[in-house]
Design a protein around this ligand. Structure first.
Ligand SMILES: NC(=O)c1ccc[n+]([C@@H]2O[C@H](COP(=O)([O-])OP(=O)(O)OC[C@H]3O[C@@H](n4cnc5c(N)ncnc54)[C@H](OP(=O)(O)O)[C@@H]3O)[C@@H](O)[C@H]2O)c1
Length: 159
C-alpha cells in the first residue's frame, strides 16, 4: 500500500476495524473495513487489486475490477495440494478467458527492485510496520503468532 502511494496511485486499503487507523495513518486514501463492508459488492471499481488474503473467490474479487484491469492473488500458502503453484497456474489459465489480467506474483529479492525502493525508504514515504519483536530463543512463538494470521505488519526475530 505504501509503495503504491509512493509511486502516485490512489490507494484503498481493506482491513478489519482494529487496523483502520493504522492503514489510514500509512497513507491510504480510502479504507474499507471488511467486517462491515464487502469491497467486492460496492459500486467502486479498481484498476489493480493485490489480494493478500484471498478470503473471497477470485470470481467475486474480479467483480470489483474494471473490464481491463488487473488482479494479483498473493496468498502465500495457496491451496492444500499444490501450495502457491496452484495459485500461479490458476491465474495463468484464467487469464486466457478474460480481458482482465490475472498476474501471479512470487517475491524474489532483486537488486533493481531494492534500488527502486531506496528513494521512498529514505524520504520516509515507505516505513516498515513492526508488530512484535521476539528474541531468537522464542522464534517458535513468533512463527505461531504469524501462523495465526492476525499480525499487524511484520514480526521480527532478533539474532
Ligand atoms: N507471493 C509471494 O511471494 C509472497 C511473499 C510473502 C508473503 N506472501 C503472502 O502475502 C500475504 C500477506 O503476508 P503477511 O505476512 O502480512 O500475512 P498474514 O499473516 O496473512 O496477514 C495478516 C493480516 O491480514 C489481515 N486480514 C485477515 N483477513 C482479512 C480480510 N478478509 N481482508 C483484509 N485483511 C485481512 C489480518 O487482519 P485482522 O487479523 O485484523 O483480520 C492481518 O492484519 C500472505 O498471504 C503471505 O502468504 C506472498
Amino acid at each position: 500500500m505504501q509503495i503504491a502511494k509512493a509511486f502516485g496511485a490512489e490507494v484503498t486499503g481493506v482491513c478489519s476495524t482494529r487496523n483502520v487507523d493504522l492503514v489510514r495513518s500509512r497513507g491510504a486514501d480510502h479504507v474499507v473495513d471488511y467486517t462491515r463492508t464487502d469491497f467486492t459488492r460496492t459500486e467502486k471499481r479498481y484498476d489493480v487489486i493485490l489480494d493478500n488474503v484471498e478470503a473471497q473467490p477470485p470470481a467475486d474479487v474480479r467483480r470489483a475490477l474494471t473490464p481491463t484491469s488487473t488482479l494479483i492473488p498473493n496468498n502465500g500458502p495457496g491451496g492444500r495440494r499444490l501450495g502457491p503453484l496452484g495459485r500461479i497456474v490458476k491465474a495463468r489459465v484464467l487469464s486466457g478467458f478474460t480481458r482482465q489480467q490475472l498476474k501471479s506474483f512470487l517475491s524474489v529479492p532483486k537488486r533493481q527492485d531494492l534500488l527502486t525502493l531506496t528513494a521512498p525508504l529514505t524520504t520516509g514515504q515507505v516505513t516498515p510496520v513492526i508488530d512484535r519483536t521476539y528474541p531468537l530463543d522464542e522464534a517458535a512463538d513468533a512463527l505461531r503468532y504469524v501462523g495465526a494470521g492476525h499480525t499487524r505488519g511484520k514480526v521480527v526475530v532478533t539474532v
